[in-house]
Design a protein around this ligand. Sequence first.
Ligand code: 5GP
Length: 179
Amino acid sequence: MIIVISGPGGVGKGTVVARLVVDDPRLWLSRSWTTREPRPSEPADAYVFVDRPTFERNIAADGFLEHAEFLGQLYGTPFPYPAADQDVVLEIDVQGAEQVKQRDPGALLIFVDAPSRRIQRDRLLGRGDPPALVDERIETAEREVARARQLGAAFVVNDDLPTAVADIRALIDEARSHS
Ligand code: 5GP
């Protein structure tokens, strides 16, 4: 099964996903490629950081399950992946979620949102994003919510981290029981 976790920047998706994967050996987390620069606060292996020509060559070689441009940077899920007998977790934007759903209608789509845009803004500023970029990400958030609703994603609010993780685990358990 493919499990897609989407949500606006600064909602804590990365933390939620890291918890999920540590606790469940049946989950395998894909590492995306991106053309954006690493953030100072970010581990070096958060993404495979590449330049645009390298990314575009991989598109041409059919090396992505999905890829999308988000705020001027390219992001993509490398394919094929090695997790034959595990459920694959993708932390990707809603454009990518839509592509995955088209390729695999059985994919589980989960949208993690912040309790409010004010809290999202504080989290983005707190991790050191420049204020202009924060404004862009906040504006993008409402469009992402609307798109995720159209796609039929399950919504989880990340107010309290353990609760959000438990909510997502329950969604995964339920989907597994049907697959
Ligand atoms: P950030 O720059 O904050 O790490 O990521 C920006 C957005 O790109 C987030 O919504 C994140 O989930 C998304 N993203 C990360 N990796 C991928 C990917 O491989 N494909 C797509 N479509 N989006 C991705």
